[in-house]
Design a protein around this ligand. Structure first.
Ligand SMILES: NC(=O)c1ccc[n+]([C@@H]2O[C@H](COP(=O)([O-])OP(=O)(O)OC[C@H]3O[C@@H](n4cnc5c(N)ncnc54)[C@H](O)[C@@H]3O)[C@@H](O)[C@H]2O)c1
Length: 98
């Protein structure tokens, strides 16, 4: 079992699909589903018993503690992030506000 954060993002979704395409080790995906998330990229996994999606915030310590206790992942792939690339192009002032 591995835990992936931000598994619905650009890199995360590709990682999740590649992981479950390459091996049988189960995967928990913790994602807050922000504007950047692409959960539709993972619809093919909806009925896959190896895949568990958790809608939540990586900053929620109680939630993360509970996930670690319940699933006991052997590794964490931390991809949850606030990425501002597209927003910076659309409106640099907002992306770079102090
Ligand atoms: N995109 C690239 O080309 C690239 C290249 C090198 C490294 N990276 C790094 O990989 C990581 C992921 O990048 P990406 O492009 O996939 O980002 P992204 O913005 O596409 O995805 C981020 C994901 O994290 C989730 N998320 C955001 N805040 C969260 C929170 N508090 N709790 C849980 N989930 C949260 C979002 O819902 C989204 O699904 C970043 O650290 C980035 O710097 C990206």
């Amino acid at each position: 079992m591995i835990l992936v954060t931000g598994g619905c993002g650009f890199i995360g979704a590709r990682f999740v699909l590649d992981w479950l395409g390459e091996c049988d080790e189960a995967l928990v995906n913790l994602d807050a589903l922000t504007y950047a998330a692409r959960p539709q990229a993972l619809t093919s996994l909806r009925d896959d018993p190896r895949y568990t999606f958790v809608h939540g915030d990586v900053r929620d310590r109680a939630l993360v503690d509970a996930l670690l206790a319940r699933h006991r992942p052997r590794a964490i792939v931390h991809l949850a992030a606030e990425t501002h690339g597209d927003r910076a192009i659309a409106g640099a002032a907002a992306a770079h506000r102090p």
